[in-house]
Design a protein around this ligand. Structure first.
Ligand SMILES: [Zn+2]
Ligand SMILES: [Zn+2]
Length: 315
């Protein structure tokens, strides 16, 4: 067969894939990493009957939330999805592993899904829009539940060859993605180990697993999911952007800067989501710190005139 004929009979590359096998994997991931943390968090509260919530539990919960949260916002989102800055291989590896520990999907799949979200946001094809289920109260409630977390049970899988060819070319990122399940397990074992060693007890290890592992995954997941759901419905919209993305200033610290979601959709190439120094953006603070130490570079925030051109609400 000549190359011409082979070319003409070849199917065009599909942007999304749907297959029973993929849906089976999605269902399994949903049960393991979305439902199990809910059960684990309930178990953590039940465990209070036999073991107290002390300083060790608070430190484990907060520190693992912060580390994995920064892995998601700075690594998965700002570095790998949007390429808003460049970083040394060690930073790429650490952020990739920390992001993986959050249990929100392997890095390449996460990036492909999020790039599709930006491509189709709030229109047909967006994997998690809250605005496509009807405009009456029932439709809005259904949209909120879908975008917050029900969409993950079963969805079209964005073709990573189409959406993440740059990541597939990086041996380091492919390796991080391949061991995704191990990183999630590591994120559960580490707080268990620390809890056990600090208290020198098995009960301390279980408590560390429950609070620094499952409860921490639960907390971070709902914070990240709230960006997809609530911040495509409620909040302020200072910048022109075609979808319904919103800013939620009061959630800036707890979301590590992600709640400047309208800013982000308006300027997806910006490493800063706050855009101004006075808007809290812990994710950007880490990027600045990395750039000062020479571990990150090409950190460029959109210039004033570019921002002013898209501004629809006076600063
Ligand atoms: Zn984004
Ligand atoms: Zn969005």
């Amino acid at each position: 067969m000549s190359e011409d004929i082979a070319q003409s009979t070849r199917e065009p590359r599909r942007k999304v894939i749907s297959s029973p096998y993929l849906h089976k994997l999605q269902r399994r991931h949903f049960l393991l990493f979305d439902i199990l943390p809910i059960v684990g968090t309930a178990a953590a509260f039940a465990f209070l009957a036999v073991y107290p919530f002390g300083v060790t539990e608070i430190v484990l919960l907060v520190s693992f939330w912060l580390l994995t949260g920064l892995g998601v916002t700075v690594g998965y989102h700002r570095l790998f999805t949007h390429r808003t800055f460049k970083a040394a291989p060690a930073v790429v590896a650490v952020l990739g592993v920390l992001g993986s520990m959050a249990g929100q999907g392997g890095v390449i799949s996460w990036v492909a899904l999020h790039r599709r979200h930006h491509e189709c946001s709030d229109r047909e094809g967006d994997p998690h829009s809250p605005n496509l289920s009807g405009s009456d109260f029932k439709g809005r409630l259904k949209g909120l539940a879908h975008s917050h977390f029900l969409w993950m049970r079963r969805h079209e899988y964005p073709n990573i060859v189409h959406y993440a060819p740059d990541l597939l070319k990086s041996k380091l990122i492919v390796k991080v993605a391949r061991y995704y399940y191990y990183w999630v397990v590591l994120g559960l074992l580490l707080p268990a180990l620390i809890g056990g060693l600090v208290t020198m007890s098995w009960l301390g290890a279980v408590s560390g697993l429950l609070w620094g592992g499952f409860a921490r995954i639960f907390v971070l997941e709902h914070i990240v999911w709230a960006i997809n759901s609530f911040l495509h419905m409620f909040g302020t919209k200072p910048y022109e952007s075609r979808e319904n993305s919103r800013n939620g200033a009061v959630f800036a610290l707890i979301t590590l800067g992600e709640s400047w979601h309208n800013n982000h959709h308006a300027f997806p190439d910006s490493p800063s989501f706050g855009l101004e120094w006075y808007r809290l953006d812990p994710g950007f603070w880490l990027i600045k710190l990395l750039s000062v130490t020479g571990l990150a570079w090409d950190v460029e925030v959109p210039a004033n005139d570019r921002r002013a051109a898209k501004r629809i609400v006076p600063a």
